[in-house]
Design a protein around this ligand. Structure first.
Ligand SMILES: [Zn+2]
Length: 324
């Protein structure tokens, strides 16, 4: 059975996905600020060429596809992603959804017609018709729950994501604050909305070594994003490797995916990637450092293939199981 997966250059067979990093951004941009203070972004073509170079290096390191969960709130602009994607062999999967820790943009405050949340309408439109007039369709739905927890607006986003998922079958990937155990809040809301939790990646689980918390999420069926390799502030690479190795040992390899949550350019921190405070936070850290370290820690080649190939493929294919 073959399945189609939507990418920035059109649908591909799921068998073509290859090795997938399940949470990498291309550009994270504060759009309104950049439009008014464009000096740091600089030359548009320079930024596009820089992304092409970095993503080509990633492809050369053995990665075939990235899932780019840059939703509304993170500066998503699909025409720019298309310009990059058409010049490279690596595939980019784009996301619908909305990223906020607290409140919705005012635009959404009073919008819903005939009882349907405008968020849901937009998410479904990105999945079914595509982003604006680009012809590119979303392959995943993204949302976030951070320290502030389920604020009224964050809960509204989660429920809208769940409803778009129910309507289309498109899978869900999230941002969480692991220390505050926000993944459990997300699972509760998704479960209430009738989402099959095996079709959800709870993101940023690699930021904690609290195995009790991680096991609760795993036993409810979700996939865990061990997806911030290189962000040493939460856990070092050695600590992150240790947690993945322990979970593999416990038999959970098929519920883990790997990534960095890195970007070519992110305007949240001054400077160019790799940023001075985060020397390992770049696309090549997993290929160059993390995979050898996992093997050293007793993870098998087969388990690495499971985390990079089989589980992402299964998760992304589930898009075609929609309309339940
Ligand atoms: Zn991210």
């Amino acid at each position: 059975m073959t399945f189609l997966v939507e990418t920035a250059t059109g649908p591909i067979q799921s068998s073509e996905l290859g090795r997938v990093l399940m949470h990498e951004h291309v550009f994270v941009i504060s759009t309104e600020i950049q439009q008014n203070y464009p000096q740091e972004w600089g030359d548009e073509q320079f930024r596009i060429d820089d992304a092409i170079k970095r993503l080509n290096e990633l492809k050369d390191s053995g990665i075939d596809t990235i899932l780019d969960p840059t939703a509304i709130g993170l500066g998503r602009y699909i025409p720019r992603i298309q310009q990059v994607a058409k010049e490279i062999d690596l595939r980019i999967i784009c996301a619908t959804g909305l990223y906020t820790f607290n409140e919705l943009p005012h635009y959404y405050r009073r919008r819903s017609s005939s009882g349907v949340d405008a968020l849901t309408t937009h998410f479904v439109q990105d999945i079914v018709e595509g982003f604006a007039d680009t012809g590119v369709k979303a392959g995943v739905i993204k949302c976030a729950t951070d320290k502030p927890g389920l604020t009224p607006d964050v809960e509204r986003v989660l429920r809208a994501c769940a409803q778009a998922h129910r309507e289309t079958g498109c899978p869900i990937t999230t941002h969480t604050n692991a220390e505050a155990e926000r993944g459990l809040d997300q699972q509760r809301i998704f479960d209430e909305e009738g989402v099959d939790l095996t079709r959800v990646v709870i993101g940023h689980c690699g930021d904690t070594n609290d195995l009790d918390y991680l096991q609760q999420l795993l036993d409810a069926g979700s996939i865990l994003g061990m997806d911030r390799f290189g962000i040493d502030g939460y856990l070092t690479t050695d600590e992150r490797v240790e947690v993945v190795a322990q979970l593999c040992e416990m038999g959970y390899a098929q519920q883990l995916v790997l990534s960095h949550d890195a970007s070519c350019y992110i305007d949240w921190i001054e400077g160019e990637v790799p940023l001075t405070p985060l020397p390992n936070w770049h696309y090549l850290h997993i290929s160059k450092d993390v995979i050898p370290a996992l093997l050293e820690a007793g993870v098998s080649n087969e388990q690495i293939d499971t985390m990079l190939i089989d589980t992402p493929k299964q998760f992304l294919e589930s898009q075609n199981l929609g309309g339940y």
